[in-house]
Design a protein around this ligand. Sequence first.
Ligand SMILES: Nc1nc2c(ncn2[C@@H]2O[C@H](COP(=O)(O)OP(=O)(O)OP(=O)(O)O)[C@@H](O)[C@H]2O)c(=O)[nH]1
Ligand SMILES: [Mg+2]
Length: 290
Amino acid sequence: MWPPWASLCPPTCTHTCPHTCSHIHTGLAAQPRRDPEHFHLELELKSIADVGLVGFPNAGKSSLLGQLSKARPTVDSYPFTTLSPTVGQVHYSDNKVILLADIPGLIEGAAVGRGRGVEFLRHVERTSALLYVLDLHGGESAGARGGRDEDAPVRDLEVLVKELEGYGDGSLREREAVVCCNKLDLVGALGAEGEDEREERIHKVSLASVRLGLSVRSVRGVSAVAGIGLGDLAMDLRASVEESRERKRVLMAAEDVREKAAAAKEEAEGEKEWTGEGRKPFYFNNQKGY
Ligand SMILES: Nc1nc2c(ncn2[C@@H]2O[C@H](COP(=O)(O)OP(=O)(O)OP(=O)(O)O)[C@@H](O)[C@H]2O)c(=O)[nH]1
Ligand SMILES: [Mg+2]
């Protein structure tokens, strides 16, 4: 509505200044009521979670969400079991809570419209951190090679990062992250014998995350089904979220200081400019020109 202060006068007010009346009068004649304006608004729903789980179909995202929180998303051995985002709460012993969002699996080309995952990337847009979920046993790309492929998790990570880079302004790629190598129970021989193989695969993923320049807090080997490494993973997620929030808080404080300094400078320059007689004019709401 124009002018912005006209709403201070009730619609029945016909006074012009100078006058006295009980309501706050703005010094202008009351403006005639205008017809209401009509808008077409398109609202987009975005989940607000602290951590977003991203990974290929079948990597075990929903299984992890189910283990870390009380959420019970559908888990099955076929790809694209999850068709809509699910948010779960992770509770810590000191009563802190963080929210995890499980989204449908991403596939190569998601950023240009393949699969359904990209539709849901908007749900992780506003998260503080990402959890990359990789299938350490084979990974999605292992299928074409007839089963186990020790380099598949690295390739999966590369593809995921490329897809995040291609989404929106590409800032998801820079987000604070934890990489989780799931299905550890299926890699190598059972017990200590298979330890070297498991470590080697996780090491390869760690090297890849450094090479890709991700802001990775840790690379963890876990098993959602066997319950291996989940406590450490939960602690890493919390640390990532807290660090990311702290960084945001510092950036906002710095921005605030910059804005205040700019306003003070502008005001000082305004003082200098005023060469007229008497008091400097008062600008309503700092808006020159009214
Ligand atoms: N052995 C083993 N199997 C696992 C593990 N985590 C998940 N799985 C199995 O992997 C399959 C896929 O798990 P989901 O949790 O549905 O995978 P997802 O990433 O949510 O899959 P989409 O919803 O299709 O994207 C299921 O059969 C799980 O039981 C694990 O740590 N070890
Ligand atoms: Mg799922």
